[in-house]
Ligand binder design. Sequence first.
Ligand code: 1CP
Length: 345
Amino acid sequence: MSFNNSTYLNAIYRKPVPYTPIWIMRQAGRYLPEYRELRAKHDFLTVCKTPELAAEVTLQPLRRFDFDAAILFSDILVIPEAMGMKLEFLENHGPKLSPRIEDEHSIKQLTSDHLEERLEYVAGAIKVLVQELNRQKPLIGFSGSPFTLATYMIEGKPTRNFKFIKSLMYREPEVLQSLLQALADAVTRYLKMQIEAGVQAVQIFDTWGGIIPIHHYETFSGQYLRQIVQNLSSHQVPVTLFSKGGLNILIQLVDSGADMLGVDWMTDMYEARMAVSDRAALQGNLDPTVLYGSKEIISREVKRILEAFDGESGHVFNLGHGILPDIPVDNVKHLVHEVREKSRR
Ligand code: 1CP
């Protein structure tokens, strides 16, 4: 499948681009009225598991904004569900996985048998999207990182202090590592399945990697990301690693073989570029809450981030984390316009 003219893919490979491409994390979702309308009729997991609905929601933001890539609509937590856990999305409380993983015994209850079959609906959505997108825009597939998936499996729900996973990390590191290895294998298979179904790029969300003390990062997250990237290298699609953990983690991941690294909003983009140099492209990193600001503030912050690249390729504009559910759609329109116009070569 050739994409001769993808600004997004060319920027990742640091080839010349006419402007800096943009997409935004969680670009399909609750800030869009048409998403809320569809969700009023179907619950979240039904949307994920019905290829036509997942494809429809993936396309919604592309009809409104001139984004340079589509991202498959799904959730990172479909892997733990496919491995045997019960997954629910409770209105206003976020995801719940049960019973939570507590020890070696509960890890042994998990299974990766028939993973591809259990996640076949994801390949189904990708196939619908490949037809619909008709090579006009690349489709990004994704997965959670082993560590980020493990946080939800061990905590059971969103958490502030990560008490259960961090106590397992210190009390029984080898037990946690056996889970992380099983997840690394599952994530690799899952991403291969997505690539074979037709995605042109993949991104791994290591959203919670930053809660690991940096001297333990390699042991509990870095080594598994490295393994996954290496095992995907024969598949010839670019891999992006997104971690919310600042410059320290970027430096750890720069030799992982990833084509692009995601930069969170707490990190200065110029410093990130200096640290990474020409070893990977960078994605990011507008503070998501800037989109609550005025048009002037959005324009000013866009300009500051673009200046970190001095007109050079190797940058995909994005937020430093997902868009918040109550952001005005007009501000997103302004953001896309500003990135396009201010970065035109
Ligand atoms: O009510 C609803 O409609 C559900 C809200 C929602 C949405 C729109 C959830 C529940 N997941 C999603 C979609 C989703 N999740 C995408 C879609 C593609 C896109 O447009 O970007 C993606 C890529 C994700 C990934 C995801 N899910 C991550 C990693 C990225 C990140 O933002 O850090 C994580 C941590 C999750 C877990 C999750 N699923 C849903 C929520 C609300 C959460 C976060 C829970 C928490 O705060 O810990």
